[in-house]
Design a protein around this ligand. Structure first.
Ligand SMILES: Cc1ncc(COP(=O)(O)O)c(C=O)c1O
Length: 396
């Protein structure tokens, strides 16, 4: 049968990394590819207790349909946490989402007509491109360095494109590079957004996983005209399988996002929302987040120390103050995807994510995203050492 797919499906293709990650799924392979949290520190006992309570005590409510914006109690708890992070808001300003990923999809659905321009960091989170592509946008990209998005380059892009509508950024411990936008640049970004009438989508799944340095104000907290859509997630501070995140935005935007959410999936799981709400009430999530920070700091230090010891000197890497990833930059001309397929998978049994796929327009082949969150300490040392030895023989 000749299925006549919608035109938007032209932009919906399996990504090249799916194939590469499939090769990395072999249990004998050490994968630094996926951005999975360390499952060994999921708070299983506590989650077990709140699920039991949600069903045994409140099952008739927690297994029932609820309002599409999410159960009021959880929205209120999130609003309180947002307030402590400098974003005064109420439960009414919060929309519960099926993970942050749904916020990316709904925002594009809300704002993007075919051909509209979305500005992203270069490179940017692949999952965002996957969410945006069905809405048939065009992309404009902005250079980033160790202080995040370069505002001079952004201004140049804005002057050149004129009618960009949406800017997508991961200001804290960006995926894939691990870099954080400086406070000065955050303030400048808000000025530029006001001047050029841009909506900013601020995606923050790693914000609370800061293990070094002081926290910087969110773009939302600096927002003077209600043009920032803030998206948060429980995936990295609790567990991704819960599929719970949230958006905070101005009333007009939250209301429309809520209508789209209703159309897509009616609501998030009442049971999961109830369990997370009980978790926040009964247990100290800040204490759990401290454990996550300690764990990832230790793993980052271990991975970077091993990289320093075993990698050729001309491979650069980022040293993030939070989050899950370091970003490797190999010498010009190096093809990280080819090297993985032909060398690191068969010979060192190590997988990472080749960097090309994170570039919306012009793909650079000489990068890789490496995650230190998932693997246990001894495996990090073993895998990185094997990769380093192979790189040394390849590059010298
Ligand atoms: C930058 C970024 N945004 C969004 C997501 C999606 O997160 P969630 O599990 O909350 O949907 C991820 C997941 O890795 C991410 O890295």
């Amino acid at each position: 049968m000749n299925v006549q797919f919608a035109r938007r499906m032209e932009n919906v293709q399996p990504s090249a990394i799916r194939e590469l990650l499939r090769l990395g799924a072999d249990p004998s392979i050490i994968s630094f590819g996926g951005g999975y949290p360390d499952a060994s520190i999921f708070p299983l006992e506590q989650l077990n207790a709140v699920y039991e309570e949600a069903i045994a005590r409140n099952g008739q409510i927690s297994l029932q349909y609820t309002v599409s914006n999410g159960i009021p109690k959880l929205r209120e708890q999130i609003a309180q946490r947002m307030g402590r992070d400098g974003m005064a808001c109420t439960a009414e300003d919060v929309l519960i989402l099926q993970g942050a990923q749904q916020g990316l999809d709904l925002t594009a659905k809300l704002l993007i007509d075919r051909g509209d321009i979305i500005i992203t960091e270069n490179p940017t989170f692949l999952g965002a491109l996957i969410a945006f592509n069905p809405y048939e946008p065009r992309y404009a990209t902005v250079r980033i360095d160790e202080n995040g998005m370069d505002m001079e380059d952004l201004e140049r892009v804005l002057l050149a494109t004129k009618n960009a509508k949406l800017l997508y950024t991961v200001p804290d411990f960006q995926n894939p590079t691990g870099v954080t936008m400086s406070e000065e640049r955050r303030r400048r970004l808000i000025e530029l957004a006001n001047r050029f009438n841009l909506i900013i989508l601020e995606d923050t799944p790693y914000r609370e996983i800061r293990y070094q340095g002081k926290s910087l104000p969110t773009l939302k907290s600096l927002d003077t005209e209600g043009r920032v859509i803030f998206v948060g997630s429980f995936s990295k501070i609790l567990a991704p399988g819960l599929r719970l995140g949230w958006a905070v935005a101005s009333p007009g935007i939250i209301q429309k996002l809520g209508l789209l959410k209703l159309a897509v999936d009616t609501q998030c799981s009442t049971l999961n929302m109830t369990a997370v709400s009980l978790f926040l009430e009964r247990f100290d999530i800040e204490q759990h987040i401290r454990l996550i920070r300690q764990t990832y700091l230790r793993k980052k230090e271990l991975m970077l120390a091993t990289i320093r010891q075993t990698f050729p000197q001309d491979i650069r890497f980022t040293d993030p103050s939070g989050g899950l990833f370091t970003w490797l930059t190999f010498p010009d001309g190096f093809d990280a995807a080819k090297f993985m397929l032909e060398q690191s998978l068969p010979k060192a049994k190590v997988a990472y994510v080749p960097g090309a796929t994170f570039f919306p327009l012009k793909q650079e082949t000489n990068h890789a995203r490496v995650s230190y969150s998932t693997q246990q300490d001894e495996i990090i040392v073993k895998g990185i050492t094997a990769l380093g030895q192979l790189l040394k023989s390849e590059l010298h």
